[in-house]
Design a protein around this ligand. Structure first.
Ligand SMILES: Cc1cc2nc3c(=O)[nH]c(=O)nc-3n(C[C@H](O)[C@H](O)[C@H](O)COP(=O)(O)O)c2cc1C
Length: 199
């Protein structure tokens, strides 16, 4: 059973959540695949303060908030679909806080994520508002934890880039090309995971 985890970096229920869920929908309810989600909306995740507790004590993060539970879920997944809105030409602070709190992985078990794969999606209010930059940024965040990156199909380039026109689900649904690219991206991720996990 392959476990795919969709992670939505938006603090709102909007275009990003819609793109993520629609892209994963074809794989829900299958016997060989389990789809789960983490929605950062409403979660309390303080950014890493570089207190060095994890490094000095070889111990999990000392900050007590929602991250401990989310990290447990994260570590049990085989593959990640990470989607973020574009905020000020970057991924959201929620996404950055989430990844900054994974520092204990490096000090406790640095190879934990070496056989996991991930893809990235970005949603901007403007047509060229920084979606490509955000996909690259999510790739870099995943690479910082040793996760292997899967690109989109030839012609789709690095990930899925959606233009929401700041219209949440309605705007997302109108960008049919991006919605298709999201599905192709997840489809390729699943295909690669299945080949990788073949005996
Ligand atoms: C603080 C903030 C910064 C934003 N910066 C950008 C930006 O740099 N480029 C862009 O295209 N859209 C930007 N937007 C618009 C959002 O990316 C857009 O509305 C997106 O659909 C939000 O995702 P959601 O619908 O999932 O909440 C910004 C929105 C906010 C709230």
């Amino acid at each position: 059973m392959l476990k795919i985890l969709g992670i939505c970096g938006s603090p709102k229920k909007g275009a990003t959540e819609y793109l993520l869920k629609e892209s994963l929908k074809p794989f829900e309810g299958r016997e060989d695949i389990q789809v789960e989600y983490i929605f950062l909306k409403g979660k309390k995740i303080s950014p890493c303060t570089a207190c060095d507790y994890c490094r000095k004590n070889k111990a999990p993060c000392i900050i007590k908030d929602d991250m401990n539970e989310l990290l447990e879920k994260f570590l049990t997944a085989d593959a990640f679909v990470i989607a973020s809105p574009v905020y000020a030409y970057g991924a959201t602070p929620q996404i950055h806080a989430f990844f900054s709190r994974m520092r204990p992985i490096f000090h406790l078990a640095p190879t934990t994520l070496r056989d996991k794969f991930g893809v990235a999606m970005a949603v901007g209010g403007r047509r060229n508002g920084g979606q490509e930059t955000v996909v690259s940024s999510i790739h870099n965040l995943m690479m910082s934890r040793g996760i292997n990156i899967i690109s989109n199909e030839c012609g789709g380039y690095a990930g899925a880039y959606l233009w929401s026109k700041d219209q949440k689900e309605i705007g997302a649904a109108e960008d049919e090309y991006a919605m298709d690219q999201g599905k192709l991206l997840v489809n390729k991720l699943v295909d690669m995971m299945q080949r990788f996990n073949k005996d």
